[in-house]
Design a protein around this ligand. Structure first.
Ligand code: SAH
Ligand code: SF4
Ligand code: F3S
Length: 447
């Protein structure tokens, strides 16, 4: 039987978990005859996979929905809102946007095929449950495209940082069993993946079941490293509190584990870390970084920072600047605090005025940009193993990823896509590095 060809347009906001979920939704819809499209005008179904982390991100959903409304008037179109805004504001979406057919939370999207059936029977669906069944057991195996893949191993969060919506939108911490992760990993590698990024809201809180007890992330990484053909392993996002000895030792012992770690600290002041309920001090974080660097001297770090958390004084902010100076990051994400409904911080007194927070953000960003430039500049002259992932902007050029997630452009034959090749870094471009594959310099000069 051939199914009618249909198209689904999926727009993804937010974190890598959402990127992973979007590709799993596409996997889930493929057996129904849906192919993905980049153009909403061509689509029979549109899914907005949303993010609730900051106010701006959440507001985007309603403006995007407004733009979709005329499309829906023209043709038969199913509109679904998925992700964290769906989870947090499902009822409001249904009320404010009567043309939305489906609201589905991050733990329920394996039920999309049934929901489409219901929509065809002219019903609107809202499903923001945390079902007892795990979507991971019910989704079809992921289809792998390209040499790099995400693999979700852990979801949810029990940490309840006072500013954060994730524990409410994603629910309690859950780790997939080791066997399920290994099976998915083997499938991805068989489909061509050379690099896996293990994902979780608190990925290093991973404690997946095995036949004899639970395995931490360090042990899981050692198991994954045994898979033939898997050349690179990364993981994100980790919490400083869960950087245990086994994981730190994996950085020393497992060559496939890339020397780049995203370890968000949020703030450098103990007073603010406590008010954020981060569960560690500035000194704890710096000690963890030191131990990591002792085990893996070429490790580069990145972080997330929030400025303007309620009660943050100039002195607190100085502590953040000083911590960033001390760690010396390869890159960072910096955010202005955004008060989120339902979180404890949103009702704390002493909210920081907007202009003060903006000024702090500018100063922190300038520091981080300086560190990032210095890190990239220091790469010039080095030879990195680069995973070639696709074609570059200019003819004859390929683009790839360094061990430090820097984009690298190199003149090379497209047959090398998917391979890891040594690249001598020769120059710094605006958002990337340029290099040559040793031995091919003469060819390049003739291009
Ligand atoms: N689990 C990760 C972070 C997930 S959210 C961790 O614990 O580090 C991604 C980032 O968004 C956070 O690290 C934080 O820097 C930022 N963020 C979360 N809530 C925020 C808020 N209310 N305002 C501004 N930034 C926020
Ligand atoms: Fe949010 Fe904190 Fe959980 Fe990270 S650890 S997802 S910042 S509550
Ligand atoms: Fe956003 Fe949800 Fe990820 S709120 S950052 S999409 S977990």
């Amino acid at each position: 039987m051939t199914l009618p060809a249909k198209k689904v347009f999926i727009r993804t906001y937010g974190c890598q978990m959402n990127v992973y979920d979007s590709s799993r939704m596409a996997d889930d819809l493929a057996p129904l005859g849906y192919a993905t499209t980049e153009n909403p005008e061509d689509a029979d179904m549109v899914i907005l996979n949303t993010c609730h982390i900051r106010e701006k991100a959440a507001e985007k959903v309603f403006s995007d929905l407004g733009r979709l409304r005329p499309l829906k008037a023209e043709k038969d179109l199913i509109i679904a809102v998925a992700g964290c805004v769906a989870q947090a504001e499902g009822a409001e979406i249904m009320a404010r946007a009567p043309f939305v057919d489906i609201v589905v939370g991050p733990q329920a999207y394996h039920r999309l095929p049934q929901m489409i059936g219901e929509v065809n029977a002219k019903r609107r669906i809202i499903d923001t449950e945390f079902p007892v069944e795990s979507k991971f057991d019910l989704l079809p195996a992921p289809r792998q495209e390209g040499p790099a893949a995400f693999l979700s191993v852990q979801e949810g969060c029990d940490k309840f940082c006072t500013f954060c919506v994730v524990p409410y939108t994603r629910g309690a911490e859950y780790s997939r069993p080791v066997a399920a992760v290994l099976k998915e990993a083997r499938g991805l590698v068989a489909g061509g993946a050379r690099e896996l990024t293990l994902l979780g809201q608190n990925v290093n809180a991973y404690h997946g079941a095995t036949d004899n007890g639970a395995s931490g992330l360090g042990a899981l990484i050692r198991e994954l490293a045994k898979i033939d053909g898997l050349a690179r392993i990364r993981y994100m996002t980790s919490h400083p509190r869960d950087m245990d000895a086994a994981l730190i030792e994996a950085h020393r012992d497992v060559p496939q584990l890339m020397p780049f770690l995203h370890l968000p600290v949020q703030a450098g002041s103990d007073r603010i870390l406590k008010a954020m309920n981060r569960g560690h001090t500035r000194a704890d974080y710096l000690r963890t970084v030191e131990t990591l660097r002792k085990h893996r001297p070429d490790l580069a770090l990145s972080s997330d920072f929030i400025v303007g958390f309620p009660g943050e004084t100039d002195a607190d902010f100085q502590d953040t600047m000083a911590l960033a100076e001390e760690v010396n990051y390869a890159q960072c994400f910096t955010f202005k605090y955004s008060a989120r409904p339902g979180t404890p911080a949103s009702t704390m007194g002493d909210q920081v005025p907007e202009d003060v927070a903006s000024e702090r953000l500018t100063r922190l960003q300038a520091l981080i940009a300086r560190q990032q430039r210095a890190f990239n500049a220091a790469s010039v002259g080095c030879t990195f193993d680069v995973l070639l992932t696709g074609t570059g902007r200019n003819p004859g050029q390929l683009v790839g990823k360094s061990p430090y997630l820097q984009a690298v452009h190199v003149v090379a034959d497209p047959s090398l896509i998917g391979r890891i090749v040594p690249v001598h870094i020769t120059n710094l471009e605006t958002n990337s590095l340029g290099g040559v594959i040793p031995g091919t310099e003469a060819q390049v000069a003739h291009q």
